[in-house]
Design a protein around this ligand. Structure first.
Ligand SMILES: [Zn+2]
Ligand SMILES: [Zn+2]
Length: 411
């Protein structure tokens, strides 16, 4: 049961402060869906012909979360199979849930819903005690996690602009209001692609099915057992270029520990470290890795696979391939945080501060009873960590704790 105060604040927002300049293109062809405070379930198959109709709905119904379809339909109000699918935007979701960080053990908690077993960090597929697949999960929009999500988003944008050739004005970039970023590509070029075509795009961006042995140094064995080969060459575009620059960064950073972590043997590590300068020279001057004695094709394959993992973008693959997906509506509040989903210019991503620019409530304060919360920042102020205490916080900070069920309002 959501607290009454959350609902009251959301109501205030939708009656005064909700502006949506960048309404979804062709909004009358989209399906809209909402989670209402009053019902707690998804109300969907809605259609709005004009922006003021949508705004009136938001004001009167006060949803905790609002969504619209990436798809365009002839009849958005009809049942799913009778809507008449016309096309869809290409959507990417980058969420901290899919990016392993070393802080998730600090702020994320899960509880198995059947046996009550608790743990911290990334949620397991099955409960280690009873095997159940359902968990009550408490995550946190942590600053470090959001920095990793941003880094993945930068990689994704690079794929979209440099490899696929989308123009910047075909790409909309948003902070989701919670733990990640959304990228919407709105273009005739992709509109009619079906799910399997979208999967091809996903595979490319994730480096799935990329056979690195095409790029590994050629190691041939003569009958006499002598290894010969000319080394490898990268080209200056796409994945080969990523492998090239990734290999440079890798070799610059590769120390014994790092190389051991990716599973290389000690004598191989030793050879790589000793030949580091020659390898880097080969990469920089000749665009390829020279062959060195003692480092075979299998080792290079393992290193290149590691580089593919670093260079790929960690997107939620299910979202992109779903051509009927409902996605959060820009400038609406995220029910899990009370922050807004906000658009940001691609050129401003580096300096974008989600904990400043997504704040919806800038005045007043609320007294709350906090159960537990990690340290966090809203705007320029930092708060916490808290454990069982009553405290008065600025509205946006209190709302975050309330939305995340880490606190209750004190009447
Ligand atoms: Zn269990
Ligand atoms: Zn974190």
């Amino acid at each position: 049961m959501r607290s009454r105060i959350i609902c009251k604040l959301f109501q205030e927002y939708y009656s005064k402060d909700f502006h949506i300049e960048n309404a979804p293109k062709q909004m009358d062809k989209r399906e809209f869906g909402f989670i209402l405070f009053s019902e707690g379930v998804m109300v969907r198959h809605k259609r709005f012909k004009r922006l003021d109709e949508l705004k009136a709905f938001m004001r009167e119904n006060v949803p905790s979360d609002a969504y619209y379809s990436c798809a365009y339909y002839e009849d958005p109000e009809a049942e799913m199979d009778k809507k008449g699918w016309v096309g869809a935007d290409l959507i990417f979701d980058i969420d901290a849930d899919h990016i392993p960080t070393n802080c998730d053990r600090v702020h994320d908690e899960w509880t198995c819903i059947s046996c009550g077993f608790e743990g911290k960090g990334i949620v397991p597929k099955n409960c280690p005690i009873c095997g159940c697949e359902k968990f009550d999960v408490k995550t946190w929009p942590c600053e470090k996690c959001l920095e990793s999500a941003k880094a993945e988003t930068v990689k994704l944008l690079n794929f979209l602009i440099n490899d696929f050739g989308f123009l910047e004005d075909e790409i909309q970039l948003f902070f989701s209001g919670n733990r990640g970023y959304h990228v919407h590509v709105v273009s005739e070029a992709i509109k009619e692609l079906d799910s399997s075509a979208r999967k091809e795009i996903v595979d490319y961006i994730c480096g799935i099915g990329l056979d690195v042995s095409f790029h590994a140094p050629v190691v041939k064995k003569h009958e006499k057992g002598v290894e010969v080969g000319r080394g490898m060459r990268f080209s200056c575009f796409g994945w080969p270029q990523r492998l090239w620059s990734g290999a440079q960064t890798f070799l610059e950073e590769a120390n014994e520990n790092y190389l051991r972590e990716i599973g290389l043997k000690l004598d191989v590590i030793d050879t790589i470290v000793k030949n580091r300068a020659a390898l880097l020279r080969g990469l920089r001057e000749h665009g390829g890795l020279p062959l060195i004695r003692g480092v075979g094709a299998g080792t290079w394959k393992r290193i290149l696979e590691h580089i593919v993992n670093l260079q790929s973008a960690k997107i939620d693959t299910v979202v992109t391939t779903d051509t009927h997906r409902l996605i959060r509506l820009p400038n609406t509040l995220n029910g899990k945080t009370g922050f807004k989903k906000v658009e940001l210019p691609i050129s401003k991503i580096d300096e974008f501060d989600p904990f400043k620019e997504a704040i919806a409530f800038r005045d007043g304060s609320i007294k709350v009873k906090v159960v537990s919360a990690p340290a966090f920042r809203v705007g320029d102020e930092t708060f916490g960590p808290y454990k069982n205490g009553i405290i008065e916080l600025p509205t946006a900070a209190a709302l975050l704790l309330l939305c995340r069920e880490r606190a209750e309002a004190v009447e």
